[in-house]
Design a binder for this molecule. Sequence first.
Ligand code: COA
Ligand code: AMP
Length: 629
Amino acid sequence: MGYRETYKSWQDDQEAFWMKVAEAIDWIEKPSRALDDSNAPIYRWYGDGVMNTCYNALDRHVEAGRGDQPAVIYDSPITGAKATISYAEMTNRVAVLAGALAGKGVGKGDRVLIYMPMVPEALMAMLACARLGAVHSVVFGGFAANELAVRIDDATPKAVIAASCGIEPGRVVAYKPLLDEALAIATHKPDFSVVLQRAQLAAELGENDHAWGDFIKNAAPAPCTPVGGADPLYILYTSGTTGQPKGVVRDNGGHAVALHWTMKNIYNVEPGQVFWAASDVGWVVGHSYICYGPLLAGVTAVLFEGKPVGTPDAGTFWRVIEEHKVVSMFTAPTAFRAIKREDPSGELVKQYDLSSLKVLYLAGERADSDTILWAEAQLKVPVIDHWWQTELGYPAVAIPMGLEQMPVRLGAAGVALPGFDLRVLDEAGQELPADELGVLAIKLPLPPGTLAGLWQAGARYRSAYLERFPGYYETGDAGMIDTDGYVYIMARTDDVINVAGHRLSTGAMEEVLSSHPDVAECAVIGVKDALKGQLPMGFLCLNAGAGREAGDVVEECIKLVRQKIGPVAAFKLACVVERLPKTRSGKVLRGTMAKIADGLAWKMPATIDDPVILDEITQALCEMGFARR
Ligand code: COA
Ligand code: AMP
């Protein structure tokens, strides 16, 4: 069946569609129905089914005779390490870790926080939790202790699994001191921590810490704990409008069903083939397409620790594709912009045999046409922009290559996939006709595997997503749909920005800046950047009589954001202004500020990091009466 027939079959009978798709998963007790809408607009999928996600991701492939097939290929140019781990080995190691965790009292429903870099043990930790029915919450390594503490207090984990360090170009990031600081700040105290000691830096262990090796030494492998289809698998925190991140809850059954479906139907990858999502386990892309999606489908996942450029050079991606015979790949456009900047004429590409690669998918931020066209010219395969969000867990809009090799339209993120009834609404919630720009919303119910809610925040879930347009899920993006059903994503409608494919809250940065004693008020906007897509830029109004040099306050503020939110915020641009542009009711006109900044930045070939551009933005704001030099 092609795309349109498949989409129509879903539209005609959603229940039958999802019951059929669910047959690809091994259930301990088969669900009697797919959707439970008795508590709409809160929906549950496969609620009376019983299964285990880890069993479906690992054990069943071994039982089916595929134990020797690689499950994970670890490739770490930044450390020089490489490893191939078979499904059989992965199953054993995960079972033993799960046994050790169970021995310390971790069981079904308990939360476990995971703070690890891109090492195989990160996937093992996630899967060991899934095996026990415990709920993991992975925190990206680029966040600071304070952000970690916020997540510890929200998820109240029984245990923490961490590594001694992460490796960034030119520096070793000591994770353990960050974890210790976070635990000191947090009110909630987990029972114990397990720490993977990496060769690059050993961590000092305290009385509640166990070295990974010792922890698993005498553990017996744990069996898979049966869980309900609607029981939570993980919590993944993502940025919202305020400093308090949203804990997106994912269930077990719907997640396994949906992700399995996407591997063949969207990414067109078969069991035994190699799929590579160049992202990080700390993001949803890593959860869905470094860990669960490939493994649920019996595909081999590449786990890449490094950067697309500089480690050792801008040919790293090509080397990985050639060496591991990657068939289908996924990354953020920013990675390709970084490579293009280093090797614009593609000299390095020519040195590798990329014939295994059939398709490249891009998401996480707007893909500019230049990058898409450049990538197509280098790789000579379709380069496909597609759209989804942490909340959705997998693509809602794409060209589903496994279903049909539909034409790609430059500027569009593809077509709505089965499960997603996308609409464009005006401010009053009225549906807009084709080709008109408005708020992108999805008619409820959302399909299996999308967010089951926000952790311990039911009211926030409703107010953030469901209340503004009753009967719809509000995506937070603006866009339009053309007469052929191609979807164009324009911009966020809230205070979320995308920096190098990382989702960040300007509201959270404003909260940090406001805590500086000399800052009276402030605004953070996203300005366009030729490499990272967007960069945050802060505008600071100082307290009257602060008597401080603007430059000193700016420097302190930049340090403060790095210290409180983390290096991932990439907050390096700020200026002092006389006042902020506001509406009569006192609302800061962030849109106006962003337009001024963009108008200048986008004209420039350099990145916004350039002091000359920063100066021009400040100058433009001065001329409009907002800024001072
Ligand atoms: N642990 C600790 N620090 C981290 C980190 C981690 N896991 N990840 C990033 N950081 C740090 C970086 O070292 C950098 O610090 P710096 O200010 O001291 O240089 C800062 O956070 C910003 O990181 P980033 O925005 O990633 O910039 P970068 O210059 O290191 O790399 C790219 C830029 C484009 C090469 C990189 O972001 C990339 O490859 N992105 C595409 C893939 C991707 O991650 N997508 C995510 C969703 S699909
Ligand atoms: P995240 O939750 O980190 O995956 O970020 C989701 C947000 O990233 C979306 O709401 C969009 O704003 C943006 N985004 C993701 N994919 C795309 C895309 N293909 N084009 C434009 N924006 C995108």
